[in-house]
Design a protein around this ligand. Structure first.
Ligand code: PLP
Length: 361
């Protein structure tokens, strides 16, 4: 089979060297005669691997010592519940910034656990999407925390400036942007990310939480969502997603060998610039997001003639460029170009788009 570039928003492609290593070690890991997934999470050899994965992530993101790194179950949506359960005491309110469909879903879920103040920061005008600058967000100084999503996977909106919250803990859903560029972790109270885009396979969720935020969970918090319990038990209060943790560890090693987050950020910048340039240079395709807030990970684009959508999708699929269909909420196309997508994949997409345009003008 010839090379396939998978543009899926998640689960997404993993780096080729990671897949090769995982395949090589699949049934006999470190001469144990077993697969990683067959070993106890309490065995010394597994714990050493798990600790190394955490240390590598700490190094990649320069995570300060007063933060815990948790390897959890439940995906991004699991955290939509876990965050209010752990951080929103009865009688307080949390601010939820809504810049797209995932932050909207997070706010809707949080409403089940406490008082939520929803702040919409996007506006649509004639199909064009504008975003309110973080300095203008009306955040309450008394909020228990402020939740936002720096990269909206469905809508293709990315907010690069970290909002100033004047002491209110900032909580970020980084599911589709973690490890794609450098961030100052010390500005956040909590960061979470489902693994299936830039980290590894689904089934694993990373939570990075400042220690002073632990220990205030609502009484009804299920044990597997309780951050303090997870932290006190090194994320092994119950059986963690062991194989996903191992694969995440391989991804962290791959990223370190590549030069870390700074190096991948440059590549990501170049990939996104290549694709946006191709869209902007053509009157056949368009992207209507305010240019300052365009995502570098998830790039939605629309054919001006929407009757060509099915043709575009079937021909791109046949050319080995898969999963380009846009999310049903926004329609059109979407190219998710996470860390594992090589620039050659983006170039192949641009070449295809240009040829498709010529054939169908
Ligand atoms: N948050 C963001 C930004 C996402 O992109 C997604 C999924 O794509 C989710 C949350 C939900 O993640 P999960 O399906 O792991 O619950």
């Amino acid at each position: 089979m010839s090379e396939v570039f998978n543009f899926c928003a998640g689960p997404a492609m993993l780096p080729t060297p990671v897949m090769a290593k995982a395949q090589q070690e699949f049934i006999n890991w470190q001469d144990t005669g077993s697969s990683v997934m067959e070993l106890s999470h309490r065995s010394g050899i597994y714990i050493a691997m798990a600790e190394k994965a955490e240390a590598d992530l700490r190094e990649l993101m320069s995570i300060p010592d007063n933060y815990k790194v948790l390897f959890c179950h439940g995906g991004g949506r699991g955290q939509f519940s876990a965050v209010p359960l752990n951080l929103l005491p009865t009688g307080q309110t949390a601010d939820y910034i809504v810049d797209g469909s995932w932050s909207k879903a997070a706010a809707a879920e949080a409403k089940n656990f406490g008082d939520i103040n929803v702040i919409n920061i996007t506006k649509e005008d004639n199909g064009n999407i504008s975003v309110l600058n973080p300095t203008e967000w009306p955040i309450s100084p008394n909020a228990a925390y402020v939740h936002y999503c720096p990269n909206e996977t469905v809508n293709g909106i990315e907010i690069n400036e970290i909002p100033e919250t004047n002491g209110v803990p900032l909580v970020a859903d980084m599911s589709s942007t973690i490890l794609s560029h450098e961030v100052d972790v010390s500005k956040f109270g909590l960061i979470y990310a489902g693994a299936q885009k830039n980290i590894g396979p689904s089934g694993l969720t990373i939570v990075i939480v400042r220690e002073d935020l632990l220990g205030h969970a609502q009484i009804a918090t299920p044990c597997i969502m309780n951050y303090k319990l997870a932290a006190d038990n090194d994320s092994m209060y119950n059986t963690p997603p062991t194989y996903a943790w191992y694969l995440a560890g391989l991804v962290f090693q791959w990223l370190k060998e590549l030069g870390g987050v700074k190096a991948i950020a440059k590549i990501n910048q170049a990939k996104a610039a290549l694709l946006y340039q191709a869209i902007d240079d053509s009157d056949f395709y368009q992207n209507t997001i305010d240019t300052k807030y365009r995502s570098k990970m998830n790039i939605p684009f629309w054919l001006k003639d929407e009757t060509l959508n099915e043709k575009f999708l079937s021909e791109s699929e046949a050319a080995g460029l898969t999963a380009l269909k846009g999310h049903r909420i926004v329609g059109g196309m979407r190219a998710s170009i996470y860390n594992a997508m090589p620039i050659e994949g983006v170039q192949a997409l641009v070449d295809f788009m240009q040829k498709f345009e010529k054939r169908n003008r």
